[in-house]
Write a protein that binds this ligand. Sequence first.
Ligand code: NDP
Ligand SMILES: CC[C@](O)(C(C)=O)C(=O)O
Ligand code: MG
Ligand code: MG
Length: 344
Amino acid sequence: MSKVLYEKDIQKEVLQEKKIAVVGYGSQGHAHAQNLRDSGYDVVVGLRPGKSKEKAEEDGFEVLSVAEAVSVADVVMVLLPDELQPSVYYESIQANLKSGSAIAFAHGFNIHFTQVVPPLDVDVFLVAPKGPGHLVRRTYEEGAGVPALYGVYQDVTGNAKELALAYSVGIGAARAGVLETTFQEETETDLFGEQAVLCGGVTSLIKAGFETLTEAGYQPEVAYFECLHEMKLIVDLLYEGGLENMRYSISDTAQWGDFVSGPRVINAETKERMKEILADVQSGEFAKGWILENQANRPKFNATNAKENQHPIEKVGRELRELMPFVKQPLQKKQKDVKVHVTN
Ligand SMILES: NC(=O)C1=CN([C@@H]2O[C@H](COP(=O)(O)OP(=O)(O)OC[C@H]3O[C@@H](n4cnc5c(N)ncnc54)[C@H](OP(=O)(O)O)[C@@H]3O)[C@@H](O)[C@H]2O)C=CC1
Ligand SMILES: CC[C@](O)(C(C)=O)C(=O)O
Ligand SMILES: [Mg+2]
Ligand SMILES: [Mg+2]
């Protein structure tokens, strides 16, 4: 088994006297900045004027321009959207990185696909939480954490791995466990996972189930509960104890249906499609398409986002969730508006 490290295995002092610039204050940025500060580290936030800047200031951070924050930092964590990182890096980060400092990422995309080429006199590392930023913060406040992968791309000080590990303690990840990786492995598995399983796979499965039921004349409310709301309850059991635990809790009728019908939905053909998706990730084909989509100002992204937000499952879901105040709000409120990203 790969070695999973926890807080007790890690020396935290290496980061103690250092100033950490968290660049970006979105999903990951707000969580890293707040968790690091609550862990006793010295944090400054790097941002442009705008909503995130106001939020970070409200939360009590010193907020500087990206260039200023980088110039005073010993460790720079880049938590900008992946597609914007190259332009911000070349405009505001590269020239201000101190020799012997470190630049870090929560996802290896831009280093692995060479959209950002760091100078040779800085450490380059990765601490990639395996969960959404809002949960990185929420679990930290609850005394737990989200597991993370760490990896080193460039080690000029001889301390890059220790820095990455101490950073993972600072954001709470080492409470849940951290595992060593490479930029290549993190990038390829993260992209594959979010496309084929966690985001693309799950949303397509939910929609196909909902559409099948409603097209057959069943009530949308019933279809919503069956295919989306209950997903969380089932996933909680999977999360807590794997497939066996979920199957222990459900009825034997459901378990028999799981065995005979699951493989009719997700079958050898689906796995072939998954292999194609992985091949596109590995070859850089997916990355190329995403970079070009951004250079063209996101026509397909924005049109698809607008269409998806109008799906009947979204309409009925919004109405039903209004009646369930116990359903936590923040993540739903983060529903993405159609955004225009200009990359160059
Ligand atoms: N979302 C997640 O949970 C996960 C994300 N990651 C990785 O973390 C990184 C950050 O992603 P995520 O947290 O989702 O990003 P978000 O889109 O949530 O946040 C991006 C932040 O960057 C700021 N920003 C955008 N453009 C600029 C600019 N030109 N100058 C300064 N600040 C700018 C935004 O501020 P403003 O309000 O001004 O636009 C915002 O605060 C990515 O590498 C991603 O792959 C890794 C694991 C999970
Ligand atoms: C699953 C999506 C993710 O990879 C994540 C939250 O880990 C992301 O890029 O947001
Ligand atoms: Mg991920
Ligand atoms: Mg990801």
